[in-house]
Write a protein that binds this ligand. Structure first.
Ligand code: ZN
Length: 136
């Protein structure tokens, strides 16, 4: 599959109002975007670290995926995202390798990226996202 880099690491937090200033003050990173992804029931905040981003995820609904994650496991790393080219092909390829997919076809994620998730039961417990930048 050969991802080009780690696109981002997603971290579930209870409150962006607390987490954003922490990342800014302690790590010296700049929050360059805050975006709500309505169908995922999350508000996201982004920081750049080289080619990789940190994506903070705050739930907007306790029944949403991040709300449930925090209730079960608490705050922490929620997923890792690889940057790939030809996302639809890559999803097909990983499925052929016997990996269970959450998304069988690309869908729209934050920042205008096309995304697809692999099931953590198939990926050593790591919820794994593949991202494609449609402008590239
Ligand atoms: Zn993500």
């Amino acid at each position: 599959m050969k991802p080009t880099h780690i696109e981002h690491i997603g971290i579930a937090v209870k409150d962006l109002k607390e987490a954003i200033p922490f990342f800014e003050k302690v790590y010296g990173l700049e929050c360059y975007a805050v975006e709500e992804v309505v169908d995922q029931k999350v508000k996201t905040a982004f920081f750049k670290v080289g080619d990789t981003k940190i994506e903070l995820l705050e739930s907007t609904d306790p029944e949403g995926p991040i709300g449930k994650f925090i209730e079960k496991k608490g705050e922490g790393i929620h997923h890792m995202a690889f940057a790939v080219e030809n996302l639809a092909e890559k999803l097909k390829f990983v499925e052929e390798q016997g990996v269970r997919l959450i998304d069988k076809a690309p869908r729209k994620g934050a920042e205008g990226l096309n995304i697809g998730f692999l099931h953590p039961k198939s990926t050593f417990g790591v919820l794994t996202e593949l991202c494609e930048d449609p402008t590239k």
